[in-house]
Design a protein around this ligand. Sequence first.
Ligand SMILES: Nc1nc2c(c(=O)[nH]1)N[C@@H](CNc1ccc(C(=O)N[C@@H](CCC(=O)N[C@@H](CCC(=O)N[C@@H](CCC(=O)O)C(=O)O)C(=O)O)C(=O)O)cc1)CN2
Ligand SMILES: [Zn+2]
Length: 760
Amino acid sequence: MTIIHNLGFPRIGPKRELKYALESFWRGETDTETLTQQARSRFLQNLASQANLDYQPVGDFSLYDHVLDHTLMFNNVPSRFKADANTPLQSYFRMARGRAPHDSPEMQTTAGEMTKWFDTNYHYIVPEFDRDTTFSLNDKPLIKQIHQAREQAFNAKPVLIGPVTYLWLGKVKDDTDPLSLLNALLVQYQQLLENIARCGVEWVQIDEPVLATDLPATWQNAFNVAYQTLSQSRVKLLLTTYFGKLGNNVNLATQLPVAGLHVDAVRGRSDVEAVLRQLPATKVLSLGVIDGRNIWKTDLSATLDFLEPVAAQLNHRLWLAPSCSLLHVPVDLDHETAMDPELKSWLAFATQKLDELGVLSQALKHGRASVADALNKNQCALESRRASDRVHNRCVQQREASINRKDLQRQSEFSQRKAIQQAALKLPLYPTTTIGSFPQTSTIRDLRRQLRQSHIDEHDYRQAIKACIAECIEQQEQLGLDVLAHGEAERNDMVEYFGQLLGGFAFTESGWVQSYGSRCVKPPVIFGDVHRPKAMTVDWTCYAQSLTQKPLKGMLTGPVTMLNWSFVRDDQPHSTTCRQIALAIRDEVLALEQAGIKLIQIDEAALREGLPLRQDEWQKYLRWSVDAFRLAANGVSDTTQIHTHMCYADFNDIIHSIARLDADVISIETSRSEMALLDAFTHFDYPNDIGPGVYDIHSPNIPDTHSIVNLLQKAAEKLPQDQLWVNPDCGLKTRRWEEVIPALKNMVAAARQLRHRATA
Ligand SMILES: Nc1nc2c(c(=O)[nH]1)N[C@@H](CNc1ccc(C(=O)N[C@@H](CCC(=O)N[C@@H](CCC(=O)N[C@@H](CCC(=O)O)C(=O)O)C(=O)O)C(=O)O)cc1)CN2
Ligand SMILES: [Zn+2]
């Protein structure tokens, strides 16, 4: 008997129900009661979608972020959030977003830092530790969910982030060693497990994805300490790892005193043999054989070829699951009514992946013949994908094969380019600019909805968007920004927009995946060789430039980001796909230059997060990804200024590669971390220009001039001022104009103060 289970389900809902519930609450339109009720209903429906499993995960659902939930569960609330009389929900949203509904404008707090969850496009709120950190237990919300699930006859398997991973993910605010907090934290986990046991629960999934990373010896040892302690608990622990192979942690992971181990058998397939060899005969092994990070159908027959001998060896000790939480894929393919049926037949979203698990377990229990139909259909779909001529494009393949080193090289080195560009652009010291997008107003989204529903035609749509662009230019002129952007009004998303215009990409109608909080993206699907049938941004950009004397940046998404934020084909190396995208972007860059655009920004927001979790794979990745950027960017002449932008990146590890991008200007996120991220650039003597973000755009708070001046002064202590640009952390699309105008006003005023001081 093979148990099937799931590690986590997309929480936002197939129609983003949770998003709408949250945003109404934040706007003050609904009360706590309503939000709580809406959340419960979503939670129970998510469980119902997993009814075919032997165990359903509980604790993966969250109003904002499951890491933040743990921070509250252990009462690890930073002191700046403790000042006011709070309801729990108010502190929760203050920690997440810097403010809660009905907070007065003076009640601004710096939200918790947000960063990427391993190598995914999901963001978590970073736990904070310092020498005053203490923990206590506040597990009522989780216990309540367990009861709710069990009352509805679900077989609840609570999901916890393990203590070692929780400490690893946090940020220490002073010189405290996070591992010095382990014992105190373990006391709370012990009590938590006891409280869970009292609910009648048998298994607890305890996630320790850091086991898929390079762990220093002290942290490996922390695992021994932690699980010796937790093994005294009455519940069975399923130690769960994902996002990669265990590698040198196989021994550690198999020997810890727990009842079961889950491994990622997609990315970590090569480990499974060693795991099988080393796993004590008492333990359950859960194999994550369905890819939780991509949307292709599983090859069920090949998976059974792999599983049948394992099942013979392990019998009832074999469990099956997706490789990781399904948080990272859309909910249900059945909502795709407009998608080409052939392409659709190749795909599986969360719901379909759980069905695949059902087929596998059935085949292991009762033989392949018992699911012959399903296996047959699966083989036909895979065969149609392999043979499809929409996947392969000879021209693209030939062009990709003939790329040479010179294509990656700018004409002159940076110092020469800088002089040439400065002579042409005549920008002041501390030039001000933005990262590109301006508020995506309901007017803009309404226009796209009307176009989609054929209430307006393409021509009317374009006219209306042009009016938005004109307004955006007018605003920037009034604010006195030095380098303008067209504002990206015509884009639903920086990746999806290009995905819709490029060949080899498909897009979905409702394939939403949570990015952070209530914000979602619809990652496009790269299924075939990538090409660019026609110019994608030239008309919009030239129109915007025609409205102003100020220089305007063309705005493109880079090849690595297009790749990392899409669902990618698994039938050729990522590097090949990335080069194909780079060639398409290169053509767009050259078309913009040809059309007279003097500055072109190529965003590579996802370059850092795509870094493999294992250091021995970094160099290879960095080589092809940086080369792809260079291929996209470096066909231009010296006079064209190439900008790039990255958010949430720790640059220390990869500063050499950032330099190798050789972008004339890079803008980065730094405001929540108080410019600490600049240290990498200082230590390395990074030569090119840098715009450290001075306005945290993920918070509705408006930074005042004084605080921006402070940040800029800090930056100027770390870097020569003639290298510095002044800009927000990231694009402004999620903000409202009422927030953006005063914030940018303050930003421009701050830049002017520094300029004034520099010349005084
Ligand atoms: N792909 C990607 N990854 C990224 C980022 C990014 O920008 N893109 N940025 C970082 C994360 N930041 C993010 C910031 C904002 C949003 C965001 O605003 N998402 C929007 C959706 C954007 C979108 O597709 N908008 C559509 C509208 C989709 C929509 O809501 N349609 C409604 C109707 C329109 C309406 O009235 O709102 C519907 O279909 O029901 C459009 O503009 O056309 C949202 O959650 O609401 C997402 C991620 C890192 N990862
Ligand atoms: Zn950004």
